[in-house]
Design a protein around this ligand. Structure first.
Ligand SMILES: C[S@@+](CC[C@H](N)C(=O)[O-])C[C@H]1O[C@@H](n2cnc3c(N)ncnc32)[C@H](O)[C@@H]1O
Length: 236
């Protein structure tokens, strides 16, 4: 998170969109770290996530809407800043969403994307995070949700090019972990809970086997956050 904090500390956010806000995790980062902002609007298509985020941020300078990013209900150039964190690989029609995000961003407005990637020289503990993520994506797909494996670094760089931003800066970073075996409690719990859910689902044997291998791997090599790219720039 350190690189993101450094970037946000220089940004006067104005009216900010947090696209695919989920449970509002990135809104907390924005609130804490932006140099200033007037209002933060979080948008997500999941009713459960929106309900959760609304309760988390009752304050007047945050609003949460259930909305499809493919058809944003805001006029052109409504936002000074548009962010999307950890979500590109959740979007079924990425090009449509990118057009919408650029439409609602003012000319000269600031765009920030953060996304983990799946390749490159990552440590065995980071590979655990990537494998876990791909497993969860498989479980989501079995439940009928759209969730693809995370992009490669080159694929994210291609997405950055398509944005045609001015002064584009791409930061590649990860947060080193001293003892990867000590960091796995949340991931282990997620893994066990997901295995329980899989046991009640049809056609899930391959994913159950993959999940059991992951449990073993997590206890052997531990885990650490995967490397990520931050793509930042200003709309032309
Ligand atoms: C990983 S979660 C969000 C993570 C959060 N932004 C963070 O930084 O931790 C991805 C979110 O994308 C949302 N999503 C996927 N497709 C969407 C769409 N077309 N419109 C709005 N939200 C969408 C999902 O509902 C999900 O909450």
């Amino acid at each position: 998170m350190n690189e993101i904090i450094k970037i946000l500390a220089k940004v006067e956010g104005g009216t900010v969109l947090d696209a695919a806000t989920g449970k509002g995790e990135f809104i907390a980062t924005l609130k804490q770290n932006l140099k200033s902002y007037v209002q933060i609007i979080g948008v997500d298509s999941s009713a459960r996530s929106v309900e959760f985020a609304e309760k988390l941020f009752p304050e007047n300078d945050v609003e949460i809407f259930r909305m499809n990013l493919e058809d944003l209900q805001f006029e052109d150039s409504y936002f000074d800043t548009v962010c999307i964190s950890n979500s590109l690989h959740h979007l079924e029609h990425l090009d449509v969403v990118i057009n919408e995000l650029l439409r609602v961003l003012k000319p000269g407005g600031f765009m920030l994307i953060t996304e983990m990637y799946s390749d490159g020289q990552q440590t065995p503990a980071q590979q655990s995070h990537i494998l876990m993520h791909h497993w969860i994506a498989g479980v989501d797909r079995l439940s009928g949700m759209y969730h693809q494996s995370t992009y490669t670094k080159a694929e994210l760089e291609q997405i950055a090019k398509k944005l045609l931003l001015k002064k584009t800066a791409i930061h590649d970073f990860y947060i080193p972990v001293d003892n990867p075996n000590k960091n796995c409690e949340t991931l282990l719990k997620n893994c066990r809970d997901t295995l329980k859910k899989l046991e009640t689902m049809p056609d899930s044997q391959l994913l159950i086997d993959e999940g059991n291998n992951l449990l073993k791997r997590l206890s052997e090599v531990g885990c650490a956050s995967a490397s990520r790219l931050i793509i930042a720039g200003y709309k032309n």
